[in-house]
Write a protein that binds this ligand. Structure first.
Ligand code: SIN
Length: 300
């Protein structure tokens, strides 16, 4: 029997395949479906202090097969309204991680505290949205450290921090959040990008810039996971371009203790089972007993 159970920053998961933030984590019921389909944990769409409409259409475009550019603009009902969805999500029986954003360390802390009170088993701080005015990381690494410290003061659940490759050195940011007390980092958020329509001669997205996800960003994500694993003591959660079990294993070999699935949900909910079964068969074939044995194996 191969052991797929993992522990990430104090959170136990039945398997390492998580639902990433931003895709279907908008309602409790959809997160329950992800849990029923085999996810080891679910991460909600990012939630802020108050209701936010997001950008007008177009907000998403497929730029090449399996690669999408999106700029939703962090639409969400606000944490007070979202509490009910967190409670429903918890009936799925797997850890619910609430993705949190704010305009200041105090707002992050307030939203995180409300998420914990609603039953969140962990929070993931979205300091790295590549295209909104609340993109904290674009302002300063110092503020990112303050955000982590403020949240750690207010909550007892594990605090994960979602990082971005849209910086000169992701390891520097990883060290800042580790020193501030983060329990794990998630890498990576979408990659800041743009597409222009040659007929209309205009940017396609209403916001002009968006975040690239899917197939195109996997090598960037794997590089970031590898660098972070080498430099940090806290665990790394890998996300970016994971469509197949091979992609998942690549992230794990680079150093991911768990992985998140986002764009691959375009294939349907069975992607969770497909990935879990694929990782398990790979471990069996290679003679490993525990998924932990291959975390970071590419470094040896
Ligand atoms: C969005 O809502 O526009 C995406 C948020 C993110 O990429 O962090």
């Amino acid at each position: 029997m191969v052991k797929l159970e993992v522990e990430v920053g104090g959170l136990r998961l039945r398997n390492p395949v998580m639902l990433a933030s931003g895709i279907i984590g908008v309602t409790g019921r959809l997160m329950v479906r992800a849990a029923e389909a085999g996810a080891g944990a679910v991460v909600t769409k990012s939630v802020g202090p108050e209701r936010r409409m997001g950008y007008g259409n177009p907000t998403i475009v497929e730029v090449s097969p399996g690669s999408y550019l999106n700029c939703m603009g962090l639409p969400n009902p606000g944490i007070d309204e979202f509490v009910e969805e967190i409670k429903i999500a918890k009936t799925g029986g797997v850890p619910v991680i609430v993705s949190v954003f704010g305009r200041s360390p105090e707002e992050f802390a307030m939203v995180a505290e409300k998420a914990e009170n609603a039953g969140a088993e962990a929070v993931e701080l979205n300091v790295s949205c590549p295209h909104t005015e609340v993109g904290i990381l674009e302002r300063s690494q110092r503020i990112v450290g303050q955000v982590v410290k403020a949240v750690k003061k207010k909550v007892g659940v594990p605090v994960f921090v979602k990082l971005s490759s849209n910086v000169t050195n992701i390891v520097e940011v990883g060290k800042v959040v580790e020193d501030a007390g983060a329990d794990a980092v998630t890498a990576i958020n979408t990659v800041r990008a743009m597409a222009i329509d040659v007929e209309t001669c205009r940017p396609i997205l209403s916001n002009k810039f968006g975040g690239l996800s899917g197939v195109a960003i996997k090598p960037i994500a794997v590089r970031c996971v590898y660098e972070l694993y080498e430099a940090l003591k806290i665990p790394v959660i890998g996300v970016g371009g994971i469509f197949s079990w091979e992609d998942a294993v690549e992230h794990i070999l680079a150093g991911a203790s768990a992985i998140q699935v986002a764009t691959a949900l375009t294939k349907g909910f069975n992607v969770f089972k497909e990935l879990v079964d694929g990782i398990k068969s790979y471990l069996e074939k290679k003679g490993f007993k525990d998924v932990g044995e291959v975390v970071g194996a590419a470094h040896k």
